[in-house]
Design a protein around this ligand. Structure first.
Ligand code: FES
Length: 104
């Protein structure tokens, strides 16, 4: 069953920044893009499971802190090796000044 999970207030995340969000046994990465929209992906890099929240956001890309692979966090598509496996992405909703992600 899908559910909306509250992550944080909208104003916690500055533009072009990233936040780690843990829920249950899972870790997510929440992004505030340069377009003002919010995005969510799995929190671990698909290459060797580094925390993407320790990486650097550059426009719509996240650079992994371990081997500097990159992904487009809007789609999860890898954009620079050694990242080669797509990141899972999640729908994001804004309600009453807060960021929510839709997860199973
Ligand atoms: S762990 Fe992310 S690129 Fe290697």
């Amino acid at each position: 069953m899908s559910q909306h999970i509250r992550v944080c207030d909208v104003d916690v995340l500055e533009a072009e920044s990233i936040l780690r969000f843990d829920h249950g046994d899972d870790t997510y990465a929440i992004y505030h893009g340069p377009d003002g929209q919010f995005y969510a992906t799995d929190g671990y890099c698909t290459h060797e499971a580094a925390h993407l929240s320790d990486g650097i956001v550059d426009g719509f890309e996240i650079e992994c802190p371990l081997h500097f692979g990159m992904f487009d966090y809007r789609t999860g598509t890898p954009t620079l090796a050694p990242a080669c496996v797509k990141l899972k992405t999640y729908p994001v909703a804004i309600k009453e000044g807060a960021v929510f992600i839709l997860i199973e």
